[in-house]
Design a protein around this ligand. Structure first.
Ligand SMILES: [Fe+2]
Ligand SMILES: [Fe+2]
Length: 271
């Protein structure tokens, strides 16, 4: 299976780049499954239903979220009707929405996508490791599903590596989101799971992790309440990872970074 994962879409710049470029990117990579993290799409905070629809129409199969899942309240009823948009699986029981979804992939194949949030330097949620373990016990890679993608929305690389190694051999891809900065450690782990500590964002990198640099920097210089944050408006770089997997095992055969448009050095998998 040919998987494309794109990190946190930030603001209008990220949305515009995604909707403009994803159809062509999906076609040129001949991607079978596209997963996009959308938690910052709405002015940096949350995901409005119309934006989710636009991402799905542009070629996303599944949209994941994170700590900004509830910033746009309209998403709550939307999650009940749209299973392809998922929020972290380790929110407490009774939380609206779902933390995982199985989608059909062309060629009579099925893929599991799980979203989970880390706990280091983040909100105290339920155990994310046991949440992912439960999903991977329900759906077995290479048996009931052909691919499994885990979006680990977390701050600390240590926690993300612990995730990668814990589920090495049980998932096709364990990929981090939330820091908005792509890491250069993309690799296939010893057991066959593709891994990258952070996919990076789909946003303007002339910024502080997607937000206009003046106001965002000021928040570090002085501790006044109410410093306004707004997304940077320059051209976005679409950032993520392309993974090719073996349908028989669900494990990774190849992994390559994607950086398209905007300021960052460009990277495109050879196809
Ligand atoms: Fe984010
Ligand atoms: Fe986040």
């Amino acid at each position: 299976m040919r998987l494309l994962f794109l990190g946190d879409v930030v603001g209008r710049s990220g949305r515009d780049a995604l909707t403009a470029k994803l159809p062509g990117l999906r076609a040129s990579l001949r991607a079978d499954l596209v997963v996009v993290n959308g938690e910052n799409a709405s002015h940096g905070f949350g995901l409005a239903p119309d934006m989710a629809r636009a991402f799905l129409a542009a070629g996303a199969d599944v949209i994941t979220l994170g700590n900004h899942a509830w910033d746009r309240k309209e998403i709550i009823p939307f999650l009940e009707t749209e299973p392809r948009v998922i929020r972290p699986a380790n929110f407490p029981p009774g939380t609206p929405g779902r933390g995982a979804v199985v989608v059909d992939v062309p060629g009579n194949r099925r893929a599991l996508v799980v979203n989970v949030m880390g706990r280091l330097f983040m909100d105290a949620l339920d155990d994310p490791f046991r949440a992912v373990q439960a999903e991977l016990q329900r759906h077995r890679l290479g048996q009931t599903i052909h691919a499994a993608v885990i979006d680990v929305h977390a701050e600390a690389t240590s926690e993300k590596y612990a995730f990668g190694h814990s589920f090495d051999g049980l998932a096709s891809l364990v990929i981090g989101t939330h820091t908005h900065t792509p890491t250069a450690d993309h690799q296939i782990l010893a057991g066959g799971t593709a891994y990258q500590s952070d996919a990076g964002m789909c946003g303007d990198y002339d910024s502080v992790i997607g937000m206009q640099k003046g106001g965002a920097a000021l928040r570090f210089w002085r501790k006044m309440p109410g410093e306004k944050l707004a997304p940077a408006e320059g051209e976005a770089t679409l950032c993520g990872l392309f993974v090719e997997t073996d349908d028989a095992t669900g494990l990774a055969l190849g992994v390559a970074p994607v950086r398209l448009g905007g300021r960052l050095s460009q990277a495109m998998p050879g196809v």
